[in-house]
Design a protein around this ligand. Sequence first.
Ligand SMILES: [Zn+2]
Length: 295
Amino acid sequence: MPAKQTIPWAMAVLSLALGAGPVVAETPAESSSSMRQRWAGVKQPKQGQPRAIGSYRAGCVQGAATLPLDGTGYQVMRPSRRRYYGHPDLIDFIKTLANEMNRRQLGVLLVGDLGQPRGGPAPSGHASHQSGLDVDLWYTYPEQAARRSLSRDERENTAAGTLVDVTSKKLTAEFTPRIVQILKITASDRRVERVFVNPVIKSAICASESDDRDWLRKLRPWWGHHDHFHVRLACPEDSPTCIPQRPVSSDLGCERLNWWFSDASKDDRKKARGKYRKRIRTAPKMPPQCRAVLQ
Ligand SMILES: [Zn+2]
């Protein structure tokens, strides 16, 4: 489109943003909540070759696979949310991790949100999880989960154990060597690109891990993530329109953790957090290929 024609459109959006005057845009932008409801309303994956499309924060998935609610070493929590769909690589990653935990007697893996049947923005909770490559996993599990399959009611209502007291920024007794082992197995999977954890957790692991530290590069500090860790796979080879993120930096990221704790970066942190929260509420700019996925 020639630049000349983009100006009235841009002005319309601007006036919409400022709440000033009548809006003359030909196709008014869909509101964030109606867009999110539309993606959440689709009950089945889109048939076809598996494809992660677009970015983690503005994308969708074709040919998603379903994670069964129970399998060796894992159980899916909050099944009423119906967010147990993902690119087949993600489903395979979860099963592989749970199997390995089971083999090494590291307890049960409780699985939180993956994505919606066709991905896209969800009505609550996430800026990402849109292209079938993100999953939230619990650090802890109630002891009955090791003996039996949890009931529907337990899956909906059990609270996840927290590793960090978020007010004092101190670790709780739930942080044990088991946690470090699980995160290490996770980060060592070559398909995994990032593992988001609370900065207090990364800091503790930076301080304790001595010989094999390379996997720490994939551990990314982020707000929350004190009661679950978030695993993000890299773009799969079968997905040419998947938009990758910047590769993680080559250093371990332990030295830069100070930003999360120092008084000097307090204002900076506040600003960055505001931006992140806004992202969860706004309508993402979807790639054109996602139109066909939703139909
Ligand atoms: Zn997440």
